[in-house]
Structure formats: structure tokens, C-alpha cells
Design a protein around this ligand. Structure first.
Ligand code: C2O
Ligand code: CU
Length: 563
């Protein structure tokens, strides 16, 4: 292990003094309003940094508190001057409300997803997911946490007073350019922030503290631990609690991954310690770990934080609260991992690179790049599947699936450590490693909108390291093809204001749109002559909610009028 560095010394002498850790406010109830907008933050002397954020925040957004079983209505207003989407990372929601690239929110528009919360108590998050723009928008700060609560978790003696003994930590590293602007592709990502604060500290009472850790970086993995190797307990993975607390001194989180941990600060009043990343212990090839010697002429990849141990957050222990939790529970929840024998298929996914001998992208799944019009896997509802992911590139990739949570079966045949035996939606696959995951595709089927799987290194995702799967009704006899309307006509569903992308309709002297109801009754028609426009605005707000067929220059598209 190399020497211990104080992060501040080695990263950025432009930083302001220590800042108290900001704790984002919570929103709860059944109706949520989010407004994504442009803002700015004065992080460093000199130029202010342009950001994207939600609601009253200048960076990041409020924490949404959801209760399992509740129906929620969310309104997402886009005021960023560009198209975006908002994805509920980790939540098990219908594909149309999942917020992937197929659900663009145009500038000025409002998107209104609604769904029942089916997820187990855990820490999830929301962030943009527009094709090729995820890195740009997320790195600028458009992200926030989602905490799901449920009865099982509520019955346990765990710290859960938000901001007091239950502390959300959104940990990010990014590169700012000479003008202090966030670089979506910056690989010298040495500006480290927690909940948007650089050089943060927090006062915490001398009792058991729960941290909800999220790695919201574009590419860096953190090997979390505490100073002096103080031991702690992992109690939850991405999608829920473990069977029992797993004692450890490290938890590695790649981009998109979460962990809930407990640390016992009892008896430590007036002492201080650090949350750290022991990145010297990461393997070569894991972003943020020790760097490998690069062939001459390669772009610089070396952030000063790579391969060293650095501090992330200073913790100053203060007096214990009344009614403090002072012990670690022996057991948590019942987990029923899916059984291998119930899997109907094993899908082999090879991670490949354009040039397998360098660490440069673009990277692919099974040698193909993302295509909005290609469904990679069609999955009958309620099937259990094993996905076996083999990394044949020189860098590690955090593999992420939408829709459902999975369990890790094994890594190179080796059993998963206790601290990773919970429900997950991101798993890091190291170079030359094979990770097998198992999941069951329950509840939501859709023949129009697919779900995504992708690398959560945001620039890899934007460069096409993404695929799509469609969960279809178990009874469907034929394999559906992707409805073009999923991306030509959007938002779909919408409240009646829909945009038709004309680029893919072809150069037609006129565009004729005929609207039919689901029984084939002709309702209206519209003609646009000599259109040189790139898109056409259709006003379908007079239609009742429901399914329609639009015949557009003799092609048929499904359209759903919703709210
Ligand atoms: Cu957090 Cu598809 O992403
Ligand atoms: Cu990747």
C-alpha cells in the first residue's frame, strides 16, 4: 500500500476550506414534482461551474422517500434547454415509465410517470438517460437519491433518522477544465465531492451510524473503508437489505452501485476519523486503481487519485443522542435468491473492445454497439435467466440492468462474499473475469418500450456500450419487433402533444397522418405539405386516453394517449 494522502493536498489547491456536508432535503407523499434546470456553483475561485440540478438545488436534487406499495405520480419538468430523460435507477417500474432513452422529455415539456412502488427498502437514485447525453447531463449534477422504505426494514432496530444517524452520501469524482467546467469525458477526475461539497466534514453522534453510499461518478470505482481500517458492517446492496450484517473493512463500489453500511461510533465522542477510498488495493484495470504503464501516445489517464488511498469525508464524533441505536442487529431480512435450476436460459455476454490491446473504447457487448431499433433479448414475463458476463477488454466495466434486481451467482466460479449476497442492479466485471448473475423478469411486460442494460461508466454507455431487452407477455406466440413509434413518435405515451421525428420518415413531399382507434375506426387526419422540417408537432390532445394507431405515410405506429 502506498502512503496515505490527504485528498485535499493532492487534488486541488484551488479548493475552498472545509465545508459541512450538505444533506439534501426529502420529498415524500404520493405526488412528486421535479424540475430539472440549469444552475451554477462557485466551487473554486475564478469561473463559476455551470451545473444541472433539480428543484431549488444548484447541484443534485432532493431525496425522494417512497413507501413500498404506494402509488406515486411524478411530474418532471425539463428546463435545461436540451432534451433529457429521467431514469429511476434500480426501481422496478413499467418500461414506459422507466425513463430510458425511449422516453425523451423535450425542453419545456413535462413528463408524468406514475407507478406502484414494488421495491424493497433500499437506496436508489435518479439521473438523466438520454442517448449519448447521459454523461454530459449527469456529470453536471442532474441526479438525486431515492430511499424506499418498507415494513420489513421498519421492524428492524436500525438507524433511520435521515440526516441524523442515517446519512446519504453521494460520492463523485469529476474532472473540471481550466475554466472550472465539468468534462463528461474527463479521465483526470480528481475533483472529489460528497453531496456536492468539496472537502466535506460531518458531525455525527457517538452511536451506530448508517451510511447510504452511492458512487455517482462517471467512471471511478471507490474502495470504501474508514481510517485505521476500522471495521464496519455492510447491511444492504443496491436493491435491498442482506440476510445479516456482513462485517468487513472494505466495500468496493463502481459507478451506479450503492451500499448501506453501519459503523459503530460508540465511545468515540470528540474523536475524528475519515471515510476513505483504499484505491491502492484496487486491481489494475479498475478505474481509480493503480494505472498500468501505457503505450506511448496514449491519452493521459492518470488522475492523481488513481492507485492511492485518499480521504473522502471527515467525520467528527460528537455526543450521543437520546434513544441512540448502539448495537448492530444479528439478522436483517429473509432473502430468497433465485435458483439456478429454475433458469430457462443462460445468455452469454462478452464485453469486447474495438482494440482489445488498449484501454481505449469504444467497448461493446458481443461486438455490437447500441441501436435504438434493435432488441437484443426478448424475454417472456416471469422467466428466470442467468446472464454470464465475460470481460475480454483491459478495463473493468460496471454492468447494469434495468427493470429487475439480480443476485450474483459467482465470479469466475468463486462464491460471492457475504457482503454482496443481496439484491443488485450493478456489478463490476474486471478484465478477464466472468460474472454470472441470475434474475427473474416479473410484473411488467410491454411490447412497445424496451428496458436497457449497459455499462455504468457513463462515457462507455454514451459510446454505445448498451443493449435493450423487451419483457413480453408470457403468452405471446410471436416475437414482437420493436415498434418504431417508441422513438419516432415521442413522448409515447403522452398527454396529446407528440413530436414526430421526420428524419426517419424519409424525404416525402407531404406527410399524411391518419389516426385510428384500437378498433380501426378512422378518427382524424392531418397533412403537412412540402415539409422541410425535422420534426412535426402533432396535437392529439382531443383524443381520450387509450391506444391508437397512426398511419404515417403508410407505416403504422402505435401511440398511447395517457396523462
Ligand atoms: Cu443508472 Cu441505465 O442507469
Ligand atoms: Cu464500460
Amino acid at each position: 500500500m502506498r502512503g496515505l494522502f490527504i485528498a485535499l493536498l493532492c487534488i486541488n489547491s484551488r479548493a475552498f476550506a472545509q465545508q459541512a456536508l450538505p444533506i439534501p432535503d426529502t420529498l415524500s407523499g404520493n405526488n412528486f414534482n421535479l424540475r430539472m434546470h440549469k444552475d451554477s456553483v462557485q466551487w473554486f475561485q475564478g469561473k463559476i461551474t455551470q451545473t444541472l440540478s433539480f428543484n431549488e438545488y444548484k447541484y443534485l436534487g432532493p431525496t425522494l422517500i417512497l413507501y413500498k406499495g404506494d402509488e406515486v405520480n411524478i411530474s418532471v419538468k425539463n428546463e435545461i434547454g436540451d432534451t433529457t430523460t429521467v431514469h429511476w435507477h434500480g426501481l422496478h417500474v413499467p418500461a414506459i415509465w422507466n425513463g430510458g432513452p425511449h422516453s425523451p422529455i423535450l425542453d419545456g415539456d413535462t413528463w408524468k410517470p406514475n407507478f406502484t412502488v414494488l421495491d424493497n427498502a433500499s437506496t436508489y437514485w435518479y439521473h438523466p438517460h438520454f442517448d449519448k447525453k447521459t454523461a454530459l447531463q449527469a456529470i453536471k449534477g442532474a441526479a438525486g437519491l431515492i430511499i424506499v422504505r418498507d415494513k420489513e426494514e421498519a421492524a428492524l432496530a436500525l438507524p433511520r433518522t435521515y440526516g441524523v444517524d442515517d446519512i446519504p452520501l453521494v460520492v463523485q469524482c469529476k474532472q473540471l477544465d481550466a475554466d472550472n467546467q465539468a468534462m463528461p469525458r474527463g479521465m483526470q477526475d480528481s475533483t472529489l465531492m460528497v453531496n456536492g461539497a468539496i472537502n466535506a466534514y460531518v458531525n455525527l453522534p457517538a452511536q451506530v451510524i448508517r451510511f447510504r453510499l452511492l458512487n455517482a461518478s462517471g467512471e471511478r470505482s471507490f474502495n470504501f473503508g474508514f481510517s485505521q481500517n476500522k471495521s464496519f458492517y455492510v447491511i444492504g446492496n443496491d436493491g435491498g437489505l442482506l440476510k445479516k450484517p456482513a462485517a468487513t473493512t472494505r466495500v468496493r463500489l463502481s459507478p451506479g452501485e450503492r451500499a448501506e453500511v453501519l459503523i459503530d461510533l460508540s465511545g468515540m465522542n470528540t474523536q475524528s476519523l475519515y471515510l476513505m477510498s483504499y484505491a491502492s488495493e484496487l486491481n489494475v484495470g479498475v478505474q481509480g486503481g493503480p494505472t498500468m504503464p501505457m503505450p506511448p501516445g496514449s491519452p493521459p489517464m492518470d488522475s492523481p487519485l488513481n492507485g492511492i488511498d485518499f480521504n473522502i469525508l471527515k467525520i467528527q464524533v460528537v455526543e450521543q443522542n437520546a434513544n441512540a441505536i448502539t448495537s448492530i442487529p444479528n439478522s436483517l431480512v429473509t432473502l430468497l435468491p433465485y435458483e439456478e435450476k429454475n433458469a430457462s436460459i443462460t445468455r452469454l455476454i462478452n464485453i469486447t473492445a474495438k482494440d482489445s490491446l488498449t484501454m481505449d473504447g469504444p467497448f461493446y457487448f458481443n461486438d455490437s454497439t447500441f441501436d435504438m431499433m434493435r432488441i437484443d433479448y426478448t424475454i417472456p414475463l416471469n422467466s428466470t435467466e442467468i446472464w454470464s458476463i465475460t470481460n475480454k477488454s483491459m478495463v473493468a466495466h460496471p454492468f447494469h440492468t434495468h427493470d429487475v434486481q439480480f443476485y450474483i451467482l459467482d465470479r469466475d466460479g468463486n462464491p460471492t462474499p457475504e457482503r454482496e449476497r443481496g439484491r443488485k442492479d450493478v456489478v463490476l466485471v474486471e478484465p478477464n473475469e466472468t460474472v454470472r448473475i441470475i434474475m427473474k423478469f416479473e410484473d411488467h411486460a410491454d411490447t412497445i418500450v424496451p428496458y436497457m442494460y449497459h455499462c455504468h461508466v457513463l462515457m462507455h454507455e454514451d459510446d454505445g456500450m448498451m443493449g435493450q431487452f423487451m419483457v413480453v407477455p408470457a403468452s405471446s406466440s410471436s416475437i414482437p419487433r420493436l415498434e418504431k413509434s417508441a422513438y419516432l413518435l415521442y413522448p409515447n405515451p403522452s398527454n396529446g402533444k407528440a413530436h414526430l421525428d421526420l428524419n426517419d420518415i424519409g424525404n416525402k413531399p407531404e406527410i399524411i397522418v391518419d389516426v385510428y382507434d384500437s378498433k380501426g375506426l378512422h378518427l382524424m387526419s392531418m397533412t403537412e405539405e412540402n415539409s422541410n422540417k425535422q420534426s412535426l408537432d402533432l396535437d392529439l390532445s382531443s383524443l381520450a386516453n387509450g391506444l391508437y394507431f397512426l398511419h404515417i405515410n403508410k407505416q403504422t405506429y402505435k401511440y398511447i394517449k395517457g396523462n
